[in-house]
Design a protein. Sequence first.
Length: 248
Amino acid sequence: MVPYFFVSHAVEGAGRRDVEHFHADLQTEIRGRTDREPGYDGLLADHRRSDLAPTPPPEVPAMNCRCLVVLYSREYFRSPSCAYDLTVFEERLSWRLHRTGDASVRPVGVVWQSAGLPARLVEETARQSGQSAGADYPRRGVGQLMRDPAARGGYLRVLRNVADRVLSAAERTPPTMTAHDVGYLTPFRAMSRTSAVSWDVHLAPVPVPWLSGRTGTPQERPDSPPRTRSWFSSPEDGERPVLRGPHG
């Protein structure tokens, strides 16, 4: 199934119930504006085990979802799984821009837990949401709004704004990616819990822990083709047409 949207997060424990609630509310809001066909169904990430794996999974929903919804928290950029989701989707955005000159809508960012997040990220999320950085959201974060009965109106406004952005982004979805295409990635790095690196690390593509054990780059390994392809050329034997996939 091609997810209409995919919610990427790093929330664990009891807080995951709030994430599940948010995902269900977002799905209900989107279905209320469209219909109940499977084509509008979204998926929720489950990273509770995948971060322990020595290698990334062969396929993740970020490879073909129409829209990526990112729940920002301090833990998000420390999770290899979340860094991988973001890397995959950003690469798909780059493919569309290079191939067509038309930029897709970027991931829909949501401040889930504001504690520990950089002011720059909170301000950018506020701008995308049409609010000021000093407003109740995103200063408090959606996770806090959901647990406060007095903030129900604020939570619903945020939810509807996210739904608006998901519907807009899904109309300009980037091309899909396969497991084979991962060899062309330069993934983002997941921050360690003791890292002193700037939070702007999410803007800088450097290797993630999953790739640190490789003996060579993708083009140096005998089982991978050399990276000489131009995005504006026709695919040769064994190459994947960039824009061919379930999105048309």
